[in-house]
Design a protein around this ligand. Structure first.
Ligand SMILES: Nc1nc(=O)c2c([nH]1)NC[C@@H]1CN(c3ccc(C(=O)N[C@@H](CCC(=O)O)C(=O)O)cc3)C=[N+]21
Length: 297
């Protein structure tokens, strides 16, 4: 029987643990705060940011939201970041991606104080992750790690294939999987758009992390029987539904679910975990900024 990996349930456990730490911070006189910055008219981005605010409310984290006109000059975003960097009540800062074309992402990500970079995208934090001394693990790969751990998926000695090489998911995911740690020690292959024979790479994979951003890119015929399949894709495709779209992953769920040993659904898999790990990083950030020990593993 294929196990369906319940991201909502594991995320709820993470939120419970985070809420406990919010209480501990409160006892120490600290109210953890997360700032979200949205500079985009994209409806999906708006949805994600409002979900993050709702999550904060649920666990008792203060949330602050700044919206910047998508046509505004980049300087407006820089000034916003500088202000948030200086504020004592803001412990984490998330600038929602993607940004408009006239705004240089690298410059923006470097401007966020590394201590408040709860996405883990600042080059200093990327470097620390690669060096095995992460300050903040990026939320999506960290969430995947938590899912694997919650379902006792053995990574040590496993052959893992990450499909996708983005800075946000593919690269940090591969890094975590190869690290010397109880949730690492996997032999990891990273595939991408220029990979010659994806099928051959996937055929031997015990763990597949699909993060290519292409709807239903991986299908069941490519998988090894019993593989653990983690679907990071959250693609909105046009459909005859109330909203006018439906969410599909990077994995063709119907064909994959009978071959896989365990699989994450979309929605309800990795997405809720990404949001939960953002709360986790925010509480960690607040603890460090106020010298309060945070007990989250
Ligand atoms: N600076 C930055 N940090 C991010 O972490 C970041 C970002 N920018 N830009 C966009 C992506 C995307 N992302 C999602 C997180 C959760 C869901 C999520 O919870 N999805 C639900 C369904 C959501 C729905 O119904 O539309 C699920 O999969 O069950 C989706 C998307 C974070 N991102």
């Amino acid at each position: 029987m294929t196990e369906i990996i319940d991201g909502e349930a594991v995320a709820a456990d993470v939120r419970d643990a985070v809420a406990g730490e919010v209480t501990r911070l409160g006892d120490a006189g600290v109210a953890p705060g997360l700032a979200t910055v949205l500079m985009s008219d994209d409806p999906a981005s708006e949805t994600y940011v409002s979900m993050k605010q709702r999550d904060c409310e649920e666990v008792g984290i203060e949330s602050f939201h700044v919206e910047i006109d998508a046509d505004a000059p980049a300087s407006e975003l820089y000034e916003t970041i500088d202000d948030l960097n200086d504020r004592d009540d803001v412990h984490g800062i998330l600038v929602q991606l993607p940004l408009p074309d006239h705004v240089d992402k690298r410059t923006v990500l470097r401007r966020i104080a590394p201590e408040k970079d709860v996405d883990g995208f600042h080059p200093e934090n990327v470097g620390r992750l690669v060096a095995g001394d992460a300050r903040f693990k990026p939320c999506t790969p960290h969430g995947v790690q938590k899912l694997l751990d919650a379902y006792d998926v053995e990574t040590e000695g496993a052959d893992a294939v990450v499909v996708g090489r983005s800075d946000i998911v593919g690269k940090p995911m591969a890094n975590l999987l190869i690290q010397k740690s109880p949730t690492g020690n996997a032999t990891t292959t990273v595939c991408h758009s220029r990979t010659e024979d994806l099928e051959a790479k996937l055929a031997g994979a015990d763990i597949v992390v699909a993060a290519a951003g292409i709807p239903e890119f991986v299908d069941g015929s490519m998988l090894k029987a019993g593989a653990t399949v983690i679907d990071v894709g959250i693609n909105r495709v046009d459909a005859d539904t109330e909203k006018g779209y439906e969410l599909v992953g990077d994995v063709d769920y119907e064909s994959a679910k009978d071959v896989a040993g365990a699989i994450t659904p979309v929605p309800g898999g990795v997405g809720p975990m990404t949001r939960a790990m953002l709360l986790y990083n925010t509480v960690k950030a607040a603890g460090r900024q106020h010298d309060v020990e945070i007990e989250l593993d």
